[in-house]
Design a protein around this ligand. Structure first.
Ligand code: G1P
Length: 270
């Protein structure tokens, strides 16, 4: 990735309660759950740095002091400036991103949801930054999902496809399968124009009674445009125990020593 397209600021919404991972998350934030020995958050930080990040903004919660404790360890955030802000109330992803507003000085910034772990030849956010180039359109990573799963994701209404780019003429949060405009789902990577903060500031509650980033993106389409990016890589939903298990196995298979352990344990099981 060329520095001309580097993303200097990346926001990490990490205030979620992690209810699907209890009891593990009673004391450990879900973003600090590891793939073997490396926390999901560390993968996310490394992906941001690969995209050119120099400033990392973590939107956490006072109920999760472990996040700030982790970030205070030397080396985990490379040489980046680090800001931790607390989201006072769990009002949704859009509200979480809005909490970062006063710390974002650039015209564009990235957002990584550490739950979505993506393994690929190049970090997903770096791929997106390179594909976005000089454009100031809002950009989201997308991938096809099964029709019966559309109510778990933001879903775009595609206008046209150009290589990995999919121009969107609409986006809707968690539509029922029969109402979904397509099967192209948003995964947790965004590059946003800072103008999105204006939309988020007066965004009313949407799906689940929460302030949704998806709804602000939909309202911003006319002004800013919206591009889906079909990334090169494999995504694992580490917000669910089965996705976490799949990601752990994929990670182990790709690492020399762990791969041998994995093969050994699978041969015991056979
Ligand atoms: C959030 C977004 C959704 C997106 C998903 C990707 O939902 O609101 O649009 O598809 O992340 O992981 P959540 O999973 O936080 O409910």
């Amino acid at each position: 990735m060329t520095n001309a397209h580097a993303l200097k600021t990346v926001v990490f919404p990490v205030a979620g309660k992690g209810t699907r991972f209890r009891p593990a998350t009673l004391a450990t934030p879900k973003e600090l759950l590891p793939l073997v020995a490396k926390p999901l958050l560390q993968f996310a930080i490394e992906e941001a740095v690969m995209a050119g990040a120099e400033k990392l903004i973590f939107v956490s919660s006072e109920l999760k002091p472990g996040i700030a404790a982790y970030l205070s360890h030397p080396g985990v955030t490379a040489d980046c400036d680090v800001v931790v802000v607390n989201q006072e109330k769990a009002l949704g992803l859009g509200h979480a991103v809005l909490c970062a507003r006063e710390h974002v000085q650039d015209d564009s910034f990235g957002v990584i949801l550490p739950d979505d772990q993506i393994f690929g030849p190049v970090g997903c956010l770096a791929q997106m930054a390179a594909a976005r180039g000089e454009s100031n359109a809002n950009m989201i990573a997308v991938e096809p999902v099964a029709r019966e799963d559309t109510n778990r994701y933001g879903i775009i209404d595609p206008a046209n496809h150009r290589g990995r780019l999919v121009k969107a003429k609409g986006i809707v949060e968690k539509p029922m399968p029969q109402d979904a405009p397509s099967e192209l789902a948003v995964v947790g990577r965004y590059i946003l124009d800072a103008g999105i903060f204006e939309r988020l500031a007066d965004q009313s509650a949407g799906s689940g009674g929460e302030i949704q980033l998806t709804d602000a993106l939909a309202r911003d389409i006319e002004r800013q445009g919206l591009e889906g990016y079909r990334f090169n890589g494999q995504r694992y939903d580490c917000g669910t125990p089965s996705g976490m298990l799949d990601a752990t196995i994929a990670f182990a298979r790709a690492s020399g020593d762990l791969c041998q352990s994995l093969e050994r344990s699978l041969s015991y099981a056979a």
